[in-house]
Ligand binder design. Structure first.
Ligand SMILES: NC(=O)c1ccc[n+]([C@@H]2O[C@H](COP(=O)([O-])OP(=O)(O)OC[C@H]3O[C@@H](n4cnc5c(N)ncnc54)[C@H](O)[C@@H]3O)[C@@H](O)[C@H]2O)c1
Ligand SMILES: *[C@@H]1O[C@H](CO)[C@@H](O)[C@H](O)[C@H]1NC(C)=O
Ligand SMILES: *[C@@H]1O[C@H](CO)[C@@H](O)[C@H](O)[C@H]1NC(C)=O
Length: 298
């Protein structure tokens, strides 16, 4: 085709997409039904993962809950059963590939094929890079990003075979924006966003349009994951409100879920503004959290 014609088509398509998005703002999106589907959530023994598990329980899903914390994950399972769902608790250390693979086979054999995978388990070290221990850095990468590969490799094959399923990547605002004293954390969350976006593209290239993907990028949540957190423009969120927003996004096949929604604008400004502007914006936002800084000038 003539290049000029293709460029015109491209511009038309972009315009059309903008208009479509504008119209969609005013009509509530149709929600898919996930009743009875098998949902696996990592790190569901506390915090956001637990709140997400409760949301899926309310949708009458069959829950498979993974966490390194036995007590926490069993408590979540018990509460899910009270909400009328079936729930199975597994103690799995997501920093260990072999544990992920062996427990995944167990899930497939004893419970069935996972329809929705939520990679939520995460760890953080809030300290300057030079004082962060090697094994802390390693652990951050193992749990926050490499585990996503192992769980996805375990559960994606049947999703692709059935052309049905959903992979949910819990990243963070720190997957788009940076802050000091969480260098390893930011790196893994940028990686998680890249993992999600590239996987989405790959599923599309392989014409597996029935396998959906969503990436979740929240600001601070009140879970003790980071302590002493505050920001003027974005006060800490409650895990329940984030979980509700995540559920809505999953049911409407949203690919990128920013919480609060306003964060999307901040992420755009971060790319668009000059460096000084970005710094001023963050000063305005007054982002704070507890950190331990060990580095001292000799
Ligand atoms: N809290 C925040 O401010 C915030 C903001 C943005 C994104 N997030 C992300 O949300 C996710 C959940 O965080 P949260 O705030 O609920 O934290 P949390 O600490 O309350 O919960 C994390 C859960 O993951 C489990 N976990 C940790 N290491 C594990 C391992 N090796 N194997 C299995 N389970 C493990 C923990 O036991 C815990 O139950 C994380 O990926 C985090 O990066 C959190
Ligand atoms: C699952 O993970 C646990 C660790 O919590 C491990 O002991 C066990 O061997 C793994 N595999 C199976 C099949 O349970
Ligand atoms: C979401 O995707 C599923 C699977 O392709 C589809 O059945 C459903 O209609 C979609 N829902 C929305 C709201 O787009």
């Amino acid at each position: 085709m003539h290049l000029l014609l293709e460029i015109l088509l491209f511009l038309f398509m972009v315009l059309y997409s903008f208009l479509e998005a504008l119209v969609k703002l005013f009509i509530p999106a149709k929600k898919k039904s996930i009743r009875g589907e098998i949902v696996l959530i990592t790190g569901s023994g506390h915090g956001l993962g637990r709140a997400i598990a409760y949301e899926f329980a309310r949708q009458q899903c069959r829950l498979v809950l993974w966490d390194i914390n036995k007590h926490g994950v069993e408590e979540t399972a018990e509460e899910c059963r009270k909400l009328g769902a079936t729930a199975h608790a597994f103690v799995v250390d997501c920093s260990k590939k072999e544990q992920i693979y062996s427990n995944a086979s167990k899930v497939k054999q004893e419970i069935g094929d996972v329809d929705i995978l939520v990679n939520n388990a995460g760890v953080i070290a809030t300290t300057d890079l030079l004082s962060t221990k090697d094994d802390e850095i390693q652990k951050t990468f193992d749990v926050n990003i490499l585990a996503h590969y192992w769980t996805t490799k375990a559960f994606l094959p049947t999703m692709m075979k059935n052309n049905h399923g959903h992979i949910v990547t819990v990243a963070s605002a720190a997957g788009h924006l940076v802050a000091p004293f969480i260098v390893a954390y930011c790196s893994t969350k940028f990686a998680a966003v890249g993992f999600h976006r590239s996987l989405t593209d790959e599923l599309s290239a392989l014409k597996k349009d029935g396998v959906k993907t969503s990436c979740v990028c929240p600001m601070f949540i009140n879970t003790n994951f980071v302590t002493g957190s505050s920001a003027r423009l974005m006060p800490p969120l409650e895990p329940e409100e984030v979980a509700k927003r995540v559920m809505k996004g999953i049911l409407t096949n949203e690919t990128m879920i920013f919480v609060p929604t306003f964060l999307k604008i901040t992420a755009m400004l971060d790319r668009f503004l000059p460096t000084r502007g970005v710094k001023a914006l963050w000063r305005l936002n007054g982002l704070k959290f507890d950190v331990v800084v060990g580095y001292k000038d000799k």
